[in-house]
Write a protein that binds this ligand. Structure first.
Ligand code: ADP
Ligand code: MG
Length: 263
């Protein structure tokens, strides 16, 4: 039955519904980050004054040569490392104001992680690897299993739920890691050189799955890479040098979409 058609309205869309559209309040806000490793005599200044906002449902690539501070920045944004000075706010909450326990809980509930080599637990099946962090976060086994199975299927791993990591290819293992990162519907997914251990074709496919999954669920993606092709999957790129953000580049949303469509 044809309902009277309302005029098209361009407002009120969820940010995730419009790739590239940026929500005004950032999901992460870092100010004045300094990070020094080591003790007197042998210190390394890994971050030397970083200010960075990560918008909701946005994608950000962090680029730069080895040793420039990319991993340090990622770990500080994710609350894994505490900066020597400066602050990180997540959804308006200062990470430094949280107890270790609450910060751990926040990481489990709001953040997802994809590392270079997947870091799956070798003695667990693909399905169990995805379920475990959810159960640690208090989700029932039944709910976690349903959610994990649906993510594995969605990422092209139906029929592989019961395989152990050694029975998966590098690309399949990374897709399990992506399922694990996204199963809890995180607000931010952090990825550190997620395609670094894969050949180029497999890497490109995995990366596109990661970027698409984040876009589809409205998660922000913060991805460390030193590969410009990998960075092209993100709307925004910051280039680091010697612990600082040296350059910033924003792609038009259409270009990011085209990169996805051309796969
Ligand atoms: P990237 O990820 O860009 O390669 P990192 O953030 O890993 O850079 O490292 C930045 C700098 O800090 C490097 O000089 C590195 O050697 C140093 N660094 C990183 N982690 C540690 C650590 N745990 N102890 C001492 N120095 C470190
Ligand atoms: Mg690194």
């Amino acid at each position: 039955m044809a309902a009277p058609s309302a005029p098209p309205v361009a407002t009120g869309m969820h940010p995730a519904a419009q790739p590239g559209m940026v929500h005004p309040s950032p999901v992460l806000a870092a100010r004045g980050l300094l990070m020094t490793y080591g003790t007197a005599g042998t210190t390394t200044r890994a971050l030397d004054g970083v200010d960075l906002d990560v918008a909701r449902a946005d994608s950000l690539a962090v680029m730069g040569p080895s040793g420039c501070g990319k991993t340090t920045l990622l770990h500080i944004l994710a609350g894994i490392l505490t900066p020597s000075s400066g602050s990180v706010h997540h959804d308006g909450t200062d990470l430094a104001s949280l107890s270790d326990r609450r910060r751990t809980r926040m990481r489990r509930q709001d953040f997802g992680f994809v590392f270079q080599d997947g870091q799956l637990l070798p003695e667990l099946t693909a399905l169990e690897n995805v379920i475990l962090p959810r159960m640690l976060g208090g989700v029932s086994r039944r709910a976690a299993t349903a959610e994990a199975a649906s993510w594995l299927d969605r990422l092209g791993l139906s029929g592989m739920h019961e395989r152990r990591p050694t029975q998966l290819s590098g690309g399949q293992a990374q897709r399990v890691a992506i399922a694990r990162a996204l199963a809890g519907r995180p607000s931010v997914v952090f990825a550190d050189e997620p395609t670094g251990a894969l050949d180029q074709t497999t890497g490109q496919a995995v990366l596109q799955i990661l970027a698409d999954s984040c876009r589809d669920t409205g998660a922000s993606l913060v991805m460390v890479t030193h590969d410009a092709k990998v960075a092209a999957a993100c709307r925004r790129t910051v280039a680091m040098r010697d612990g600082r953000i040296a350059q910033e580049f924003v792609r038009p949303a259409e270009d990011v979409e085209l990169a996805g469509a051309a796969r």
